[in-house]
Structures are given as C-alpha cells and as structure tokens.
Design a protein around this ligand. Structure first.
Ligand code: CA
Ligand code: CA
Length: 213
C-alpha cells in the first residue's frame, strides 16, 4: 500500500486504472506521491475475495479484517464526502464522477457495499436529505435500471424491483436512452433517469456500505 496519508491527493476524474496527481491544488505539488487508484481498488477487491464477502467478514482472520478496515478508513475520506449513517448502514457520495454505472458499482463493491438501494420511504427520505445536505453535488447516481425492460425499474445487484419511484415531474423521459436512476438535488432530491454511461464531470454516485467501519 502506498503512503496515502503523506499528502493531500487531488482526484480529478474517475477513470479507473489511471493514477492521479492534481498539481493545481494548493497542498499538492510535484513532490506529492501519486495516488494509484487502480492499485487501491484492486487491493480492496482482492482482499474481499480472500475474505469471501463482507457478509462473512467475521469468519475471516482478525488481522486481515483489521488491515482492511485501516486501509478503508484512510482512503474513504479521499474519495467520498462525509458519510450518512442510517439504519445500521453507511452511505457515501463520491467526490468524483463515474465513467459508467458499472465503474460506480466497482467502487462501491471495493468499499464493501453496492450502489445505494432505496428499499422504503424512510430510506428514501434519508437519502434525499443526504443529497440536499451534501455540498458540491447535484446529480447522484443510485441503484436502479430499466436497461433490460424499458419502464421496468430493477436493482442491478439483486434484479428485484425498485419499490419507491418518486419522479421529478416530466421524468422519466428516457431522453436519448436513459436507463439509470439518480437523485437530483436541484429538483428536491427526487428521481430522474439518466444515461448509465458518462454524462457530466459534475455527476456523482452514492454507495450503501455495511456499517463495518
Ligand atoms: Ca430507460
Ligand atoms: Ca431523464
């Protein structure tokens, strides 16, 4: 693992596999070490494979679990805004955009979760408020897609139906093929359909993590 705490790392984009050093940031100059995002994410994914899944972390060795937690605690604030803790889950919104919904899902998996899944009205209200109260975000990708059958919204992870659909008036419009679900701050954090691929460098995504750390 690189020494990720020795400098402020600027993260400009989410192209998985690239390294990052933002020399334009005041605390980051050419002496800053490069933050190898692919290395970090691959390490986390590999560690999870070795530990089977987060659901059975308690069966893994204590040392491995502890090492994983230490790494995640160090990396999480670099990549994500301060979390929301709700109903024994931790929700985080990325500080960087996604190139595709699959890429966003990879990040969420690496950090022990999945794209945030709205299962009931209480969770929906909490996540709406979370988006509204997180600075510097507007559009936030969450779980839900109608890519398989247009107009039928399902969670990508489980294939189950999305039980809460609270659309912004005029949405979903499937404008130019929009098959992924997002919460849109400027419309009260309500739902919109958007392309599953890259749309804007302003867009972010939200992970739902098991509350392990
Ligand atoms: Ca659609
Ligand atoms: Ca739309």
């Amino acid at each position: 693992m690189r020494n990720i705490n020795s400098c402020y790392f600027g993260i400009r984009q989410s192209e998985y596999g690239k390294t990052y050093r933002d020399n334009s940031l005041p605390h980051c100059n050419s002496t800053c070490p490069v933050f190898d995002l692919k290395y970090v994410v691959d390490t986390l994914l590999q560690q999870q494979r070795e530990l089977c899944t987060y659901q059975c972390l308690n069966n893994g060795s204590d040392d491995m679990v502890e090492a994983l937690k230490v790494q995640i605690e160090a990396i999480l604030p670099l990549l994500f805004h301060p979390p929301l803790n709700f109903n024994n889950r931790k929700y985080v919104i990325s500080k960087f955009p996604y190139q595709s919904s699959e890429e966003a899902m990879t990040y969420c998996t690496a950090f022990g979760g999945y794209l945030a899944e709205v299962n009931d009205i209480d969770e929906y209200t909490a996540l709406q408020n979370f988006v509204l109260n997180t600075p510097a975000v507007d559009i936030v990708l969450i779980a839900g897609s109608d890519a398989i059958t247009e107009g039928t919204w399902r969670f990508q992870r489980t294939g189950g139906p999305v039980p809460i659909l609270d659309w912004i008036p005029g949405q979903p419009d499937n404008l130019g093929e929009e098959d992924c679900l997002n919460l849109w701050k400027q419309y009260g954090g309500k739902m919109n359909d958007l392309p599953c691929g890259f749309r804007s460098s302003q867009d972010r995504f939200m992970c739902e993590l098991l509350n392990l750390y």
